[in-house]
Design a protein around this ligand. Structure first.
Ligand SMILES: [Zn+2]
Length: 150
């Protein structure tokens, strides 16, 4: 399953278009402007996630989390934080990134996480699986976490 990283990244890239660039631990700090991103998260083990008053089970597999960063350091700093294995959990997605065996990111300067979620969902390669996850302050999306259909 680890080898599928190119497949899931290609599917996300196709859904999001060429404005999005693949950023990893080496290059992510270079994107200092505000922006949005899709984190591609590989879970080797099923995870129980709690968010708000809800909880849900995620099977092993690939997931896409859609987020945005407007603060200092821009989207690069945010992605670097997501990739860090030593961060203190703050957001719900931190539980997933800390459990992940692989994380890849696609980011763009002029984008909104809701557009990313909509594009991934519309592509047919990803689907919403936990209504409300990551989108508690969003009125337009079912969630900001989608599962890769592989
Ligand atoms: Zn949204």
């Amino acid at each position: 399953m680890e080898g599928l990283i190119d497949c899931v990244t290609d599917d996300a890239q196709a859904a999001l278009g060429d404005d999005f660039v693949r950023v990893g631990s080496g290059s992510s700090r270079e994107m200092r402007q505000p922006g949005s991103y899709a984190l591609l998260i590989r879970l080797n083990e099923p995870q129980l996630v709690r968010f708000g008053k809800k909880q849900g089970h995620l099977a092993a597999g690939w997931y896409a989390y859609c987020g945005s960063a407007k603060g200092p350091g821009g989207v690069g700093a945010r992605i670097a934080r997501h990739l860090s294995a030593t961060k203190k959990p703050h957001w719900h997605v931190d539980r997933l990134t800390l459990a992940a065996s692989k994380i890849e990111a696609l980011a763009a300067a002029d984008a909104c996480e809701c557009e990313i979620a909509a594009c991934l969902n519309a592509s047919g390669s990803f689907e919403h699986i936990l209504p409300g996850f990551g989108s508690s302050d969003c009125r337009s999306c079912s969630s900001h976490l989608l599962a890769w259909r592989g």
